[in-house]
Write a protein that binds this ligand. Sequence first.
Ligand code: NDP
Length: 237
Amino acid sequence: MARTVLVTGGNRGIGYGIAQAFAKQGDRVAVLHRGGTAPEGIEGVLGVKGDVTDTASVDAAFTEVEEKLGPVEVVVANAGINRDTLLLRMSDEQWDEVHNTNLKGAFRVARRASSKMLRARWGRIIFIASASGLAGNAGQVNYTAAKAGLVGMARSITRELGSRNITANVVSPGFTHSEMAHATPQKVLDEAIKQIPAGRFAEPEEIASVVTFLASDAAAMVSGNVITVDGGMTMGH
Ligand code: NDP
């Protein structure tokens, strides 16, 4: 059954891979990002302008998707940023910016999606976290705290909405080929790869296949979970 899917940050990187996977299986897909353009190379995907740090902008983007594709049944909160530096040097602004996008942004999106999901008595909320949010990472106090927060949010949503066929889960990628990963210093990437039993970084499609499973009817009993997709780097820890 085709669903209406909204992926935040779906114009590039992991979000692009996720949007592509849903489109390939015949869903109605919209991607929300600050530029608002449809992602190139994927047929029939709607681009909507939106900034997850702004509640009114998220609301307007959802309204546009509802008008054009129908109520959002699957939402993937993928938009994320990093502002890495060591704890001692981290400014309030660097903390706030990351939390406002990665944690509060996901909250804004889940909250806006939930009213229509409740009405439909069906919904899938999927947060894209990070292996470093589970294992910790020097230089990422702001980022890892925000990503770890998504786990608590998914579990509380599961307890609030679970009886209405709404699930909330976290997908936790390890290093995955994207602009974000490629902006990481080569020395850090060389060290990181040694910690990955699979011996390589993931491709966005490999994150996407877990996301589409969680969005499916087959995953109806999977909720409040964290699924790591990191080649064995964190093994759930
Ligand atoms: P990219 O930097 O390639 O893409 C980030 C996406 O988020 C872009 O589409 C960007 O849109 C969007 N975005 C950022 N801020 C906002 C905002 N305020 N409002 C709307 N959209 C926004 O990152 P990745 O694809 O690598 O990362 C995707 C997710 O996966 C992130 O949450 C990241 O933390 C997580 N992750 C990534 C890993 C990796 O190795 N790549 C590892 C673990 C987790 P715009 O074009 O408008 O900037």
